[in-house]
Design a binder for this molecule. Sequence first.
Ligand SMILES: Cc1cc2nc3c(=O)[nH]c(=O)nc-3n(C[C@H](O)[C@H](O)[C@H](O)COP(=O)(O)OP(=O)(O)OC[C@H]3O[C@@H](n4cnc5c(N)ncnc54)[C@H](O)[C@@H]3O)c2cc1C
Length: 246
Amino acid sequence: MCEAPDEATAICELAGRLCYNSFNKRRPGGTREYFHHILASGHGSVLEHASYTFLFADVSRSLTHELVRHRHFSYSQRSQRYVDESDAPVVVPFDLRDDYTAWQNAEGMRNDPDLARPVWNDALFRFHHWAMQVEESLGTYRLLVKEMEAKLKDNPDLTDQTQLRKRIRQTSRSILPACVATQICVTGNARAWRGFLDQRATIHAEPEIRQLAGLVHEKLLAVSPELFGDYLVSGNDCLLTNYRKV
Ligand SMILES: Cc1cc2nc3c(=O)[nH]c(=O)nc-3n(C[C@H](O)[C@H](O)[C@H](O)COP(=O)(O)OP(=O)(O)OC[C@H]3O[C@@H](n4cnc5c(N)ncnc54)[C@H](O)[C@@H]3O)c2cc1C
């Protein structure tokens, strides 16, 4: 009944065509032309029948704080109450990444007896200062875990070990920085993902989530080119389309 190249697109085409019983009244251009018409006419509810799930790993808590504002997605995120964050990796903010590279190069020089000692400069200072503060927060987190354990372990109301661990971690996590990495599983329909791309693959979005939006678009385009092929990739991970907010 439908010529769509993938199941997600096929189900949307089926749903759309049944509205006007247009299975036998096809325009030239096939599925591609059909969705061009759907997007141009803003008939976006048809796109809600296709669903896509992503697992985002090693993204910062700042990013997920922005991500969860998109209300049409379903989320499952690693819990900082259940999971210990003592060895949490962190995400270096976008504008400190070149400083981080400079710092790594300097570390290489420091550790190689045959190389000259690195000269302390602004880039090294900036990264060093940031990294020290992050390490301080993580150090305080580890200390708090120990201190809260000592404080709560003999509490007669906390015999359940899971409840005890939650109480320890929920207090300790208050000191964790927003750059701590996390994992989040996100499910949404094609319309919701388009809304996400419209808002986050723009120069106004924070670089980490903008970069993620670019990667999401690559994957969606590979799976369902008819539903996401109107986005043109421009510089700085931005996407352009004539069909925003369908
Ligand atoms: C560059 C940028 C900067 C931002 N800065 C800030 C900031 O400083 N502070 C801040 O708090 N947030 C900020 N946000 C988040 C922003 O305000 C939105 O919360 C987020 O982008 C989600 O988009 P949304 O609300 O349009 O809708 P989504 O939740 O993604 O829903 C999509 C659409 O569904 C409709 N919809 C959803 N829920 C409702 C509803 N309850 N009633 C009516 N219609 C609804 C709307 O048409 C909406 O556009 C920023 C976002 C961006 C992209």
